[in-house]
Each structure stands twice: as structure tokens, then as C-alpha cells.
Design a protein around this ligand. Structure first.
Ligand SMILES: Cc1cc2nc3c(=O)[nH]c(=O)nc-3n(C[C@H](O)[C@H](O)[C@H](O)COP(=O)(O)OP(=O)(O)OC[C@H]3O[C@@H](n4cnc5c(N)ncnc54)[C@H](O)[C@@H]3O)c2cc1C
Length: 412
């Protein structure tokens, strides 16, 4: 697949073609998703969480045997050193099931934590936290958002980490610390210097979850689902929670900068995972439309013009969103995440909305079946609405993108 890049100063041919090796890997993943991962969804929707955990564990072991465990990880830790475009294609393939990322060891929030630990951790932190995380022996969480301050602007964070001798003492309330339930450690964003300029007030600190004062109050119920383990969003109160100063991740005052590093490429992974969802919802919609007889003479939903229009519009929209996302990934590969921030902001709100439209339209075509838990569609409808909120709400991305676009035109 090739094209021409508009945002380069000179015309540059883009090529999203994949290597033979990558094509083989994508084919293996596609086949594994159908054979091993999608069949586990029944257990996820209706079954026993313990049986689901067993099934996921068995599938993870097979992924490791196939040599496909967490290809996003740094090469020195067994990852494959994929380009951002290849990484996106991988996320699209495993995104077809809510269990895909977990089975392949690339789930949020661990994947983002691996990235920042790899970039900023000391040797000791790497051995203690990064190595077992990469091996899938432990899980982690990321604790930034607070119920009492606007998460859209992390400079407002109120949680404090005060130096006391050789320790930090952390106090504050967080929520939506996803997957804290069962995690071995949290990376907490807290104010270490309230008098510093706003973007240098906070730091990232690693807090093992068995530290006294790390209080997991509850898993917050989301759209009727409390969740457990990886599939949960915790409220956590840090109450005189004391960790050694050596648990500081990166420089003191570097919290905001590290949070930005964590979110840039992560948005490509989210967008491509959402495209996996959009693709599968679209395929389900088309199958249902072809099969569902609505006329006495055997005519199906697919014979109706309104459904034909939905299919045409969605197909075009998904293809457009996919090309836009691959372009953003290509820009990151070529120029780095900072240079691609306009492209990243644009795909964050575009792809989230395309995915939600695909899920909603597929539900409409399925009728009553669409809102039952007999298909995966209702799960996505509940769980993926948040796509327009986390990692930057639509409005925040549109405002900053629009501002930059208008400024760039003022300079012409
Ligand atoms: C499912 C899910 C998982 C999450 N996981 C994590 C996690 O693991 N760790 C973590 O720390 N956090 C997590 N979050 C929290 C997420 O990062 C925040 O919800 C997000 O940053 C928004 O913050 P807020 O909820 O405080 O909303 P607010 O900041 O209060 O914003 C509310 C709304 O106001 C509007 N808005 C905000 N700012 C502007 C603006 N400048 N201009 C125009 N409109 C604006 C937007 O519509 C926004 O949705 C998760 C959230 C969800 C829903």
C-alpha cells in the first residue's frame, strides 16, 4: 500500500507494505485468534473468571512457544523491535478480541509501563520491576487520575510525595488506576515540588502494591461491570505510603514529560486495536445482514438500501481511519512521536468515533440480539465508550490540533 505524504515539506512516497516475515507473523496471529482466543470470549461473557484465567494462561503459554510473546518489548528483553507501522498491524490483528492483547502480553497499562521503565528505570529498577513484567510473571498499573482534579490537565494533580529522610511519603486519592487489582506495583504520579513551574511539579514513583498505605478501596463499577483482576479500574487511597527515594522513576520533576512519552506511541496501539474491533464488528454486521431474512420471499437485510448505505459508508470510514493511523505510525517511524503529534491527535478522536459507530451500527443490524450478551457487540458498546475519554478526550485533542493548525496557517 503506497501513497504520498502531505505534511512532509517535499513529496515523499509512503509505503505501508509489510515484509515477508511480518506477513507470516500476521497470518499466524490471525489464525491463532480464531482458533484459541475468540473461543475464550464465551467464558469472559458468561462463565467463571477462574476458568477464563486458566484459558488465558494456557493461550499465553502457546503464544510464548510460538515466539510471539509481547513483540512490542525491547529486543534485549525478547521483543521483536517492530517498527511503529508493524506494531500497529500487530495491534489491529490482536484487537479483534478483548482478550487478544492480554493473551499476547501487550495489554495496557503494562505495555506503556514497559516503555517508560525501559526508557527511565535504573539498573536495579529494571531487574526488580521491568524484567518480571516483560516475562508476564507480574502485572502493573498506572496511577495518575484523581476523582477530585481534572484528569484532562495533569498539572492540577493534588497527590503529594514528600521527602522524609531516605523515603518519599505519598498521600492522595486516585481512581481509574486500571488493573490495580492483582498488580505487583503502581507507577504513581505525585507532586514532589509544589513551588516548581506547573509542568515540573510532579514525578513518577514506583510503589509496590503491598506497601503499607497503598489502599485499594474498590474496583469502580463501569457501565454495570465491577470487574476483577486485569479487567478492573480501582480507586486507590495513598495514606502515608512510604517508599524509598530510589523508587523515583526518571528525574524528579519529570512526571509530566514521562506521562507525555507514555501516551504518544500508545495512542497508535489503541487506534489500531480499535480498528481491529471496527473490522470485526463490520464483518459481523455484514454476515448478519446477509443471513437475516426480512421478507416472505426470502429477501434479507442486505437487500435493503439503507443497510447497503451503512455498509458502504462504514467500509469507507474504516479504510480512511486505517490509512490515517498507518500514516501517523509511519510519521513516528520516520520523524519521532513529537513531530507526529498533529497526526496522533487527529487519529485519537477520528478512530475512536469510527470504532464506536461501527459497533453501534452492527448492534442496530443485529436488532435485539445486538443488545444481548450472546455476541461480543454489547461488551464493546459498554467497554469502549471510554475510548473518547482516556488518553486525551476528543475535545482536548481537537482544541490542541485546531490551535496548531490555525497557528501554522498564520505563519504562511
Ligand atoms: C476506562 C478508563 C480507563 C482509564 N485508565 C486509567 C489508568 O489506568 N490510569 C489513570 O491514571 N487514568 C486512567 N483513566 C482516566 C483518564 O485518563 C481520565 O478519565 C481522562 O484523563 C479525563 O480526565 P477526567 O475523567 O478527570 O475528566 P475531566 O478532565 O474532568 O474532563 C471531563 C470532560 O470535559 C471535557 N474537557 C476536558 N478538558 C477540556 C478542554 N480543555 N476543552 C474542552 N473540553 C474539555 C471533555 O469532554 C472531558 O471528557 C481511565 C479512564 C477510563 C474511562
Amino acid at each position: 500500500m503506497a501513497g504520498v505524504c502531505r505534511s512532509e515539506t517535499r513529496v515523499v512516497a509512503m509505503d505501508f507494505g509489510v515484509s515477508d516475515e511480518m506477513a507470516t507473523m500476521l497470518a499466524m496471529i490471525g489464525e491463532f485468534m480464531v482458533r484459541e482466543v475468540i473461543p475464550l470470549e464465551g467464558e469472559m461473557l458468561h462463565g467463571d473468571p477462574a476458568l477464563l484465567a486458566e484459558g488465558v494462561h494456557a493461550a499465553q503459554a502457546k503464544v510464548k512457544q510460538m515466539g510471539l510473546w509481547a513483540p512490542n518489548h525491547p529486543v534485549e528483553f525478547g521483543g521483536l523491535g517492530l517498527s511503529m507501522v508493524d506494531h500497529g498491524l500487530f495491534a489491529e490483528a490482536v484487537g479483534r478480541s478483548p482478550l487478544g492483547m492480554l493473551v499476547f502480553g501487550t495489554q495496557a497499562p503494562d505495555a506503556g509501563n514497559v516503555e517508560i521503565l525501559h526508557q527511565y528505570a535504573t539498573d536495579e529498577q529494571r531487574e526488580r520491576f521491568l524484567r518480571p513484567l516483560v516475562a508476564g510473571e507480574i502485572r502493573s498499573c498506572f496511577s495518575m487520575t484523581e476523582p477530585e482534579t481534572a484528569g484532562s490537565n495533569p498539572v492540577l494533580i493534588a497527590t503529594t510525595a514528600v521527602v522524609d529522610g531516605e523515603d518519599y511519603v505519598i498521600n492522595g486519592q486516585k481512581w481509574f488506576t486500571s488493573s490495580a487489582d492483582g498488580a505487583a506495583f503502581a507507577i504513581v504520579m505525585a507532586v514532589t515540588d509544589p513551588d516548581a513551574p506547573p509542568h515540573q511539579r510532579t514525578s513518577m514513583i514506583i510503589v509496590p502494591t503491598d506497601t503499607p498505605g497503598f489502599n485499594l478501596v474498590r474496583n469502580v463499577s463501569v457501565m454495570g461491570h465491577v470487574g476483577t483482576g486485569h479487567d478492573s479500574h480501582a480507586e486507590v487511597i495513598y495514606q502515608s505510603c512510604r517508599v524509598p527515594r530510589t523508587n523515583l522513576l526518571g528525574p524528579e520533576g519529570g512526571g509530566f514529560m514521562i506521562a507525555q512519552d507514555r501516551l504518544g506511541p500508545g495512542r497508535i496501539h489503541h487506534c489500531m486495536r480499535w480498528l481491529g474491533i471496527a473490522n470485526r464488528a463490520f464483518e459481523m454486521m455484514c454476515s448478519r445482514a446477509n443471513a437475516r431474512v426480512v421478507d416472505v420471499d426470502g429477501g434479507t437485510l442486505a437487500d435493503r438500501q439503507v443497510i447497503q448505505h451503512w455498509a458502504a459508508e462504514l467500509d469507507a470510514e474504516i479504510r480512511g481511519a486505517r490509512l490515517q493511523t498507518l500514516h501517523a505510525a509511519w510519521m513516528i517511524d520516520r520523524h519521532g512521536a513529537r513531530a507526529a503529534r498533529n497526526e496522533i491527535s487527529a487519529i485519537k478522536f477520528t478512530v475512536a468515533n469510527t470504532m464506536l459507530r461501527a459497533v453501534d451500527t452492527a448492534i442496530q443490524v443485529h436488532g435485539a440480539l445486538g443488545v444481548t450478551d450472546d455476541t461480543i457487540l454489547s461488551y464493546w458498546y459498554r467497554h469502549e465508550r471510554a475510548a473518547r475519554i482516556y488518553d486525551g478526550a476528543d475535545e482536548v485533542h481537537k482544541t490542541s490540533l485546531g490551535r496548531r493548525i490555525l497557528r501554522s496557517h498564520a505563519q504562511l
